[in-house]
Each structure stands twice: as C-alpha cells, then as structure tokens.
Design a protein around this ligand. Structure first.
Ligand code: AMP
Ligand code: MG
Length: 355
C-alpha cells in the first residue's frame, strides 16, 4: 500500500507514513559537465537552499569530470599511468567502489560491458567530446590493441589499492561514470532532505519523489529520445528512485563511406557496433542502468534479452539498425506515445533552465 492509498484510509495512516508534505517550489538549474548539459529540477521550500545545493552539485560534477575521465589529469589518469608502468596505485574509496562495481557488471554482462577498452576508444578517436573525424584505425592496429589487453577482469583490487597484470589495459569509465554521478547527486539531495527531484544528464536520468512535489500528485514523466529524429519515441513514468539511461549511436559518431562509426565498441572485435541504434533501460539506480544500457547495446540481436536477465533488468527498449523497436513486456506496458503527454525533461532550447 502506498502513501496515497493510506491517505484514503484516514489521518492516522497519514501520520504513520510520514508524508506530511510541506509546500515546495520547483527550482531548476542547468550545468554543463561531463560533456553534456546536466539539468537539475528539485523541489525545495526555500530558494536559497536550492541555490546552495546547486553549488554543491557543481562541485561534485567537477570532481567527476577530473577524476573519472581517463583523458585529463586526475585519479583515473593516474591509475592508468600506474597500470601502464606495472605498478599498484591507491585511489579514493568512492572510485575503488565504482571500479569494483564496474568489474562485477562487466563479468555479469559476459564482457559486453567492458570498461577496460580505453585504448581502443582512444584509437578510434572517441575519447574526445570534440567531433574528430579521422581515418578509422587499421585492422592491425585494432588487433594489436586487443592483444595488449582490454579486460577489466585483469584488475586486482584490494581495498583502495589497485593493480593489473595487463600493462596494456586502459580503464575508461565513460559507460558508467554518468550513472555514478547521477547516483551521487541523488544521495546528496536525499541527505539534504530533498524528497522530489529529477537529475537529468543529457537524457540519462534518475528521479526521487514526484514532479508535483506531493505524494498524491503525478509522478515524473520522462521522454525517450528518438535515435534518428528530433523528438521522442515515447514517455515513461518513473517510480521514486528509478533511473532511465540510454546508449545511442547518435551521441558521438562520424560517417565513413556510408557507415556510421561511433563510440560504443564491441570488445570482441574492437569495432563500433553496427546492429543497434539505441537501447534504453530503466533500473533502480544510475550505475546499473548506465552499465546495462551499454552492455545491451553491444549484446545485440539474439543476446540482449539473455544479458538483460543476467543483469536483472526488466525494462528495456531497443532500436535496431533498421529502426525497428524491440521491447520487453514490462517496458511495453510502461511506454506511452509521446503525443499530448507533457515530459518533465527540459527541452534543449531552454538554455537558462528557467521554468
Ligand atoms: P554509454 O553512452 O553509457 O553507452 O557509454 C559509451 C562510452 O563508454 C563510450 O564513449 C566509451 O567511452 C565507453 N565504451 C565504449 N564501448 C564500451 C563497452 N563495450 N563497454 C563499456 N564502455 C564502453
Ligand atoms: Mg552506459
């Protein structure tokens, strides 16, 4: 029984479920971080509290940009340097915990999610957020990188001490870091007493509470981007705590002789995946949703349902290379046509984040 049903039962239930909502205003802020706009929508009683929270979140996001991205000086770059030198490195406990989780999800996904392939991502030129059209690497270069070692499984992690037997390994947390950042922001908001919020990192998002700000008001409605058109594939309503993440071939790509070369790499072949345009998943946290979207994108036809079961993901929408939609039954029940339904996601032209 949820709070709403309890409300119908009587005042006693209202007190027991502790949902004595105080009036709140929706406050919005837009911060550019991790190569995308991060749109924050939070319900707070006080505008000054909201502004100070936005300041704290900006600091969190800057730390993620520096320490969880392999190609700028920071913790992850230092770890990769140590691996290259064949030495152990000490990292902070949140980064160690994320790497442990990345290793676990990689194994669980049968290696389709593989954060050890940073050197291949760099070889293809997809480490830079600046569009960087260039000649694709040669087959020899790709197999040399595969041979040098691209598996996060080779890491030995002892608390905050990490080392690898594979000196060619380069960690790239690009497939999971946004999920970790969104989860960290949601935890911070909960610690500060915020009950209703949407944290949207360029369409990868997580919510708490409801958009209306009261237990009896509507839930957050979020749109799923069409991979080839400006517009939405549909809208889903999210329960408090849920995350919806999408991996798409439209995020970072260049075209070469009619083939789209993009940033999601098949760890078996070393080449960008060609069978999928986009995968959206809903999960109970950002880290799982982010890793799962990437894993299912790579797993492709015939295997994505199996990998979804391994990762315990019920809600999946896949768009294949020809634009056909495939959905799990629970996702089919939740996805509604976009027409006429308000999405709580701020549309891109709304640069200032104003209401
Ligand atoms: P996402 O948009 O979450 O699917 O993440 C894509 C990013 O993850 C890429 O830009 C790469 O940095 C990295 N990546 C590419 N292929 C993989 C893969 N198979 N497994 C894990 N991370 C990957
Ligand atoms: Mg991902």
């Amino acid at each position: 029984m949820n709070c709403c049903t309890q409300l119908a039962v009587g005042l006693g239930a209202l007190l027991i479920c502790g949902c004595a909502d105080q009036p709140t205003e929706l406050h919005r802020q837009r911060i550019y971080a991790m190569g995308t706009w991060v749109d924050l929508s939070i319900r707070a009683a006080d505008a000054t509290d909201a502004q100070s929270l936005f300041g704290e979140i900006e600091v969190v996001l800057s730390a993620f940009e520096k320490d969880y991205y392999a190609w700028v000086p920071g913790q992850l770059a230092e770890l990769n340097d140590a691996i290259h030198a064949g030495e152990p490195a000490l990292v902070t406990s949140p980064l160690a915990a994320l790497i442990v989780e990345a290793q676990r999800l990689s194994a669980l996904s049968e290696g389709f999610f593989e954060p050890g392939l940073g050197a291949l991502v760099e070889l293809w030129g997809f480490h830079s957020s600046v569009q960087n059209p260039q000649l694709p690497p040669s087959a020899d270069e790709i197999s040399a990188h595969l041979d040098a070692g691209t598996k996060i499984a080779s890491l030995r992690i002892d608390g905050q001490r990490i080392e690898s037997s594979s000196r060619g390994l380069m960690l790239d947390l690009g497939g999971i870091a946004k999920g970790a950042a969104v989860d960290t922001i949601i935890s911070l908001l909960l610690e500060r007493g915020i009950e209703h919020a949407l944290v949207n990192a360029g369409g990868d998002l997580r919510v708490i509470g409801r958009s209306g700000g009261r237990q009896d008001e509507r839930r957050w409605q979020v749109g799923i981007q069409h991979p080839r058109e400006i517009g939405l594939l549909g809208i889903v309503e999210l329960q408090s705590g849920e995350a919806a993440f999408t991996s798409g071939d439209y995020e970072r790509f260049y075209d070469r002789n009619g083939t789209r070369l993009h940033h999601i790499i098949d760890p078996q072949t070393g080449y960008p995946v060609t069978h999928t345009q986009a995968v959206t998943v809903i999960a109970t946290n950002g880290v799982t949703a982010d890793a799962a979207a990437t894993a299912l994108f790579v797993a492709g036809p015939g295997r994505w349902r199996h990998v979804a079961r391994l990762l315990d993901i019920d809600y999946v929408l896949r768009v294949d290379a020809s634009g056909e939609l495939e959905l799990t039954a629970p996702m089919r029940d939740r996805l509604r046509p976009a027409d006429g339904v308000d999405s709580d996601i701020i549309s891109p032209p709304d640069e200032d984040g104003a209401d």
